[in-house]
Design a protein around this ligand. Structure first.
Ligand SMILES: Cc1cc2nc3c(=O)[nH]c(=O)nc-3n(C[C@H](O)[C@H](O)[C@H](O)COP(=O)(O)OP(=O)(O)OC[C@H]3O[C@@H](n4cnc5c(N)ncnc54)[C@H](O)[C@@H]3O)c2cc1C
Length: 352
């Protein structure tokens, strides 16, 4: 079914009938390889392109500003409410807090997340944002540097306890491969402790992900992404099309197993294939999935089309307590998508 035909009624009848779509190609089979690798492995490729690493912070901030919702919780909550009010979009709110060197920073991040839970809980449940969080934000001993993540699990527990009590849903972001075991273990522990509204992220670029699908808590929410961290070729795919084929393949598996799928991509072609082909094939309704994109990536019209088809759309809305905390996230975005420099310049010029 071509996207032009994806009118709300057409979508619903296809979803209800669960009919197999015409032209659905078999998803490319992925290589299976489990990578329970040591944490101190030498990475042959730099985490961020050296050219991007040496752009001065003020320039990173300039080019990437449209991707950050503000430098305070209040500013970010205002953005979340505006997105919902004016465009019907839901949000997942994220504090940019990486590269922690002092315990004081880790403590401040935890305290801010506890405040974020309260701020989210004060919003009507129909409009309420979820919260996204990174385990590395709560430790001065990050796993990618050979640390032991001391304090991360305790912080996640505290946030999950408060979030469960307040009716706020959490998603644990997935960081580099060093964090995958830790994050999935934490997820399982939180679910075992009764925190059922904690979801996770799986990166289709990692070979191990196919096996990780089997170890998820029953029915938990899963955000599927290709993964933004550069990973070496012995543990991960290196070509985006192959990663995206796996998003479709894994999305179908997860839907069939009763998971709620958050399909997070800006690639129109793959998002369309997900809603037009995978969802009907899995035979589930629009209450079992949503599409997610990043705040600031210009996809307004496409998101509107999805919403008109009755599809839930959510933006990942990052904010920072000070711009220095946002720089690392912004460098990763620039590294992945250097055309941001041109896009932002064009937007600024066209505003004049
Ligand atoms: C909601 C959400 C949450 C995420 N959480 C995680 C996570 O926890 N862990 C993780 O590793 N990764 C995460 N990611 C990042 C993800 O892994 C990808 O790196 C990212 O989404 C880009 O992949 P893509 O599927 O959009 O395809 P791409 O091929 O990278 O992008 C498709 C098209 O979108 C446009 N586009 C993409 N990025 C930009 C940009 N910055 N500015 C302007 N246009 C752009 C371009 O037109 C591009 O051609 C998340 C992404 C989203 C949307």
């Amino acid at each position: 079914m071509p996207w032009a035909d994806l009118r709300p009624s057409a979508f619903r009848s296809q979803v209800v009938s669960g009919a197999a779509p015409a032209g659905a190609g078999a998803a490319a089979r992925s290589r299976v390889q489990v990578a329970n690798e040591p944490h101190h492995r030498h990475d042959p490729r730099p985490a961020v392109n050296p050219l991007i690493r040496f752009i001065p912070p003020f320039l990173v901030r300039f080019f990437a500003k449209p991707y950050v919702a503000g430098d305070s919780l209040a500013a970010a909550i205002e953005v979340v409410q505006k997105l919902r009010r004016e465009r019907g979009l839901l949000s997942t709110l994220d504090l940019l807090a990486e590269d922690i060197h002092e315990q004081e920073q880790a403590d401040r991040n935890l305290a801010t997340y506890l405040e974020m839970v309260e701020a989210a809980a004060a919003i009507d449940p129909a409009d309420r944002p979820t919260l996204s969080l990174k385990p590395s934000s709560y430790t001065t001993a990050p796993l990618q540097d050979g640390g032991d993540a001391a304090g991360s699990l305790e912080a996640l527990r505290k946030i999950a306890e408060k979030a469960s009590a307040c009716g706020v849903a959490l998603t644990i972001d997935m960081e580099s491969r060093h964090w995958t075991d830790f994050t999935l273990d934490a997820l399982r522990q939180l679910h075992a402790a009764g925190h059922r509204d904690v979801g996770c992220v799986l990166q289709t670029r990692l070979f191990r992900t196919e096996k990780d699908l089997d170890g998820l808590p029953a029915g938990c929410r899963v955000r599927l992404v290709i993964g933004i961290y550069r990973e070496p070729a012995d543990v991960a795919l290196t070509e985006k099309p192959a990663m995206k084929e796996r998003m479709l393949e894994f999305a179908e598996t997860l839907l069939r197993r009763g998971h709620y799928v958050e399909f997070a991509s800006h690639d129109d072609v793959y998002v369309r294939r997900f809603v037009e082909q995978v969802v009907p094939r899995a035979g589930v309704g629009p209450d079992r999935f949503e599409v997610q994109m990043l705040y600031g990536v210009p996809r307004d019209r496409f998101l509107g089309d999805l919403q008109r088809c009755g599809i839930v759309a959510r933006l990942y809305v990052p904010f920072a307590l000070g711009w220095d905390m946002a720089i690392q996230y912004l460098r990763r975005r620039l590294d992945e998508y250097p055309a941001m420099v041109w896009l932002v310049t064009k937007n600024l010029l066209s505003r004049r």
